[in-house]
Design a protein around this ligand. Structure first.
Ligand SMILES: [Zn+2]
Length: 206
């Protein structure tokens, strides 16, 4: 936590002692030699506050905290804690990526998303009033987008075969629409991303 310098010396006075001074006195390489002593917390509020929480996070980091340089620490920390972003998610087709991203995050202007975030009172589709305007309704069932849907599905059939498509449930197709499929080749995911964004732009729903 405070190993790497670059901070005022006074900060060190607030740093808890290492749990295992015995590490200095023996030749044993104890696993907790680099752990910080936990601060006694009698209340949940104290236990969950910044410093005790940071000490627990630090102690729970495993061998990363034994890194000898700050750069090494950062690299190993990132490797273990950050997943590589899906390259497909950066691909934009005619400005559709921003809307597709919002749909992935559940933060779009679909009534169901707005209702979930308490922005509107009713999740029903305002265009057809047949059911809640979920992503599945918008993509697969809303009568207002039949033409765009036909184009999307015919594009889908160029990526996956009809037999496979017939085995997919609505949610599976929605997942293909939103995220692609990591089992597919990169080029197929690229195509999928393109037809998804074309659907969104063509629908003029957002
Ligand atoms: Zn509708």
């Amino acid at each position: 936590m405070f190993h790497y310098g670059g901070h005022p010396a006074v900060v060190d006075t607030f740093c808890p002692a290492f749990r295992c001074p015995v590490g200095d006195k023996t030749h044993y390489s104890l696993r907790n030699a680099n752990n910080l002593s936990l601060i006694k917390a009698n209340h949940v509020k104290t236990y969950n506050s910044f410093v005790p929480k940071s000490i627990r996070d630090w102690n729970g980091m495993g061998v990363i905290k034994n890194s000898s340089t700050l750069e090494g620490f950062k690299t190993r920390y990132k490797r273990e804690n950050f997943r590589k972003p899906n390259k497909i998610f950066n691909m934009d087709h005619n400005g559709g990526n921003v809307y597709l991203t919002r749909l992935r995050l559940g933060l779009s202007a679909l009534s169901d998303h707005l209702y979930t975030h308490n922005i509107i009172d009713d999740p029903i589709c305002k265009l057809c009033h047949l059911e809640n305007e979920t992503v599945a309704h918008y993509l697969l069932r809303c009568p207002n987008f039949a033409r765009q849907r036909a184009i999307f599905l015919s594009g889908l059939l160029e990526i996956i075969n009809a037999d496979y498509l017939s085995t997919l449930r609505d949610n599976d197709i929605v997942n293909l629409f939103l995220f692609g499929d990591s089992e597919f080749p990169y080029q197929s995911n690229l195509e999928l991303n393109k037809i998804s964004q074309t659907y969104i732009i063509d629908s003029k729903r957002f």
